[in-house]
Design a protein around this ligand. Structure first.
Ligand code: ADP
Ligand code: MG
Length: 683
């Protein structure tokens, strides 16, 4: 399964490249490239019930034989279909052969999305089926995969079908006893059904099995880490220092009670011989950064080093700058903080490494670049990761080999209920900052539809004129076939037209080169860009307190957790901030979901309300933001399965089952999983 997908028939170099773009390299990747959605073939409806924007099937006859025209090189076929209740138009492009199929009086089931055109309803490019063919398909579910330009759904379907033929490759690895106890589907059947479910029931069973597996493997990996962690001591038991008190006294604000408590917990950990492994959970804006700095200062005063890793260069630089404002010039010079990122020049790198090597520099702030093999730390007593968990197993081993097990602090804004956090972060102690700084003005929210857009633009303009900045978020990077949602590329062009370049705009998305992303973020942070049009890449950790408006287009397309993270980008300064959730459609359910956000600014509450509202019927869930990347599982929706898996894992670990023959296959699977995923699982 670890072989390249090139082994499959019909996948040449070109298709391989396309698959790589969506993250599929090996057969294993392909097997787990799960559908984004399923197209359900519903019973035909009477023509009179068809409404604009509705996707449906109708059983209807051609009123006349279709007419054929040429538009440039393309053939355009138009016609009218009808049943007893009414008629609608149909149109196809580039399908000249339809002339001999779509004859007057012939009856088909037509399926597609209806649009209003010149005052009449029209189905563009409907699929068509004979009545018998459609009869066989009613209620069936066709997988819809995430695609990229050039990669068609058909290609993905064909490739996966071919892979599923090779049964020998897809082997069960859970023992029967376990499957029976937790009522789990066979592995082979589950992967087949997740791609090509016969019906809803089959899909639910498949999903349950695969979600269970994702959790089980994850928890088993984490438990093994924990076993190792418990036994481990650090040679860095630090001493309490006065400096941290002095810094706290000198802050322009008073720490919240929650911040203080968490800081004392960390201080206690740092003093103990046991290596710290602590997660600090705190909603966006709860003030985690200053806590991290206090820990780093304590390390520095103990004549040891510490490293703080941020997910992006921009954020790393911001942290570096905030530390500068926190420290006096004298302290700054004593600690000599260095910034290590991917865009350091060779010279900068050399100089900074040099400082670390001889211990002149006590503090390193940066991105992944902090943990490249050759960074010459000297007495690294503390490692902090901000908003991400990629400080993985391998990196930890690396440090252990050097005989220096550092204390570890993980900072996260992901709102996970504590009961779930205990399972998911089983190897970490958890601290929660459950209080926001007092004087902060709550963000004003509104959920609106497209009619409000003009007003929204005027509002943003006013804010910009007052010297503030704004974000506008769209779901897509560029126009995408079949997806009816805003994209940043066209959107920004439109804004520039509207504002006639009076407002400086910029674009930011994940497909940009990292250097370009940085440049844009810096321009936004410095105020050069006033309105930033971006995808959710802006959701992680950026701090631009001058930004007061967050407008999200097609808000219905985002998970609530994501939206909450996005909202956390504003309301970081003293000025009143606003969040505008723009709905692309006005379905009741989505309004209800968005209203939850409108009513609450509390991430924990939002997550649990969202879970209640979506209920267990929601099969696909919403991609939760960033950190905890499961393919199918959703920590909120699948809380029940998570508990089952946790129970199973506990039993397996407790009675040493992994060493028995019955569990031999699972053990091997786990080894591969840990090898591949270890990077992504935190300490
Ligand atoms: P997050 O927890 O999202 O990382 P930050 O650490 O970036 O939050 O803090 C957000 C803002 O709140 C910063 O500008 C910070 O200076 C400020 N801040 C932190 N703690 C307090 C406090 N106790 N009172 C007032 N402002 C605070
Ligand atoms: Mg932060």
């Amino acid at each position: 399964m670890s072989e390249s997908i090139r082994e499959l028939k019909g996948i040449g170099e070109k298709t391989q490249k396309l698959f790589e773009k969506v993250g599929v390299f090996t057969m294993e990747d392909l097997l787990h490239y799960y559908p984004r959605d399923y197209d359900v073939y519903d019973k035909p409806v009477p023509v009179c019930q068809v409404k604009p924007q509705m996707k449906c099937a109708v059983k209807a006859a051609l009123a006349q034989t279709v007419s054929v025209k040429k538009a440039g090189a393309r053939t355009v076929i138009t016609g009218k279909i009808q049943d007893d209740t009414g008629s609608i138009d149909v149109i196809w492009f580039g399908m000249p052969f339809l002339r001999s199929v779509m004859k007057k009086g012939s009856v088909f089931v037509f399926r597609g999305k209806a649009e209003e055109k010149n005052g009449r309803l029209c189905m563009e490019h409907p699929e068509y089926f004979t009545l018998a063919a459609y009869e066989g398909m009613v209620h069936s579910m066709q997988p819809v995969y995430g695609l990229t330009k050039g990669l068609t759904n058909k290609t993905v379907v064909k490739s996966i079908r071919q892979l599923l033929e090779q049964k020998a490759l897809i082997r069960e690895y859970l023992p029967d006893s376990l499957k029976q106890q937790y009522e789990l589907e066979d592995y082979e059947k589950a992967v087949r059904d997740i791609h090509f479910p016969r019906d809803l029931g089959a899909l639910q069973n498949a999903r349950k099995r695969l979600v269970f597996d994702e959790f089980l493997l994850f928890i088993l990996t984490v438990s093994r880490l924990k076993e190792q962690a418990e036994a481990s001591t650090t040679k860095y038991a630090l001493k309490e220092v006065w400096k941290t008190e002095e810094i706290i006294e000198g802050l322009p604000y008073e720490l919240t009670g929650a911040q203080k408590n968490v800081w004392y917990e960390i201080e206690r950990d740092l003093k103990s011989r046991r290596a710290m492994a602590r997660l600090v959970q705190g909603d966006v804006g709860s003030g985690k950064t200053v806590i991290a700095f206090l820990a780093m200062i304590m390390a520095a005063e103990n004549d040891t080093q510490s490293a703080l890793m941020a997910p992006t260069e921009v954020l790393a630089k911001q942290h570096y700058e905030s530390l500068r404002t926190l420290l006096t010039q004298e302290d700054w010079e004593r600690y000599q903080p260095v910034l290590l990122t991917g865009s350091n020049t060779a010279k900068e790198k050399r100089e900074r490494y040099e400082k670390l090597k001889y211990g002149e520099s006590k503090i390193a702030i940066g991105t992944h670049a902090l943990f490249q093999k050759n960074v010459p730390y000297r007495n690294l007593s503390l490692v902090i990761t901000d908003e991400q968990h990629r400080f993985g197993v391998h990196q930890r081993e690396e440090f252990s080999q050097k005989g220096e097990r550092p204390n570890v602090l993980v900072m996260s804004a992901t709102p996970i209920p504590r009961t779930l956090a205990v399972i998911l972060y089983g190897d970490l102690d958890i601290s929660v900052i459950d209080q926001l700084p007092a004087r902060r003005l709550p963000i004003k929210n509104c959920v609106v539809d497209q009619r409000y857009r003009k007003t929204a633009y005027r509002f943003i303009q006013e804010q910009v004129e007052m010297g503030h900045q704004a974000y506008v978020i769209c779901p897509l990077v560029e126009e995408s076939e079949g997806l009816d949602a805003e994209n940043v590329t066209d959107y920004e062009k439109r804004l520039r037209k509207i504002w006639r370049d009076e407002i400086r705009t910029g674009v930011l998305h994940g497909k940009m080169r990292p250097v370009d992303k940085n440049e844009i973020m810096e321009k936004f942070a410095s105020g050069e860009i006033q309105v930033l049009v971006g995808t959710t890449v802006v959701e992680v950790g950026v701090n631009v307190p001058n930004a007061t408006v967050m407008m999200v287009e097609n808000a219905e397309r985002f998970g609530l957790a994501s939206l909450h993270q996005l909202r956390g980008r504003v309301g970081r300064g003293d000025a009143q901030s606003y969040c505008i959730f723009m709905q692309g459609n006005q379905e009741k359910e989505t309004s209800k979901r968005l209203e939850i956000l409108g009513k609450s600014n509390d991430g924990f509450q939002i997550a649990s309300e969202d879970m209640k509202l979506r209920g267990p019927g929601d099969l696909l869930g919403f991609r939760q933001s960033g950190e905890m990347e499961f393919k199918l599982a959703d920590i909120y929706q699948d809380g029940g399965i998570l508990k089952l898996a946790s129970g199973a894992a506990g039993r397996i670990m407790a009675d040493g089952s992994l060493e028995t023959e019955e569990y031999g296959k699972l053990k091997r699977k786990l080894e591969i999983f840990t090898k591949n995923k270890g990077e992504e699982i935190q300490l």
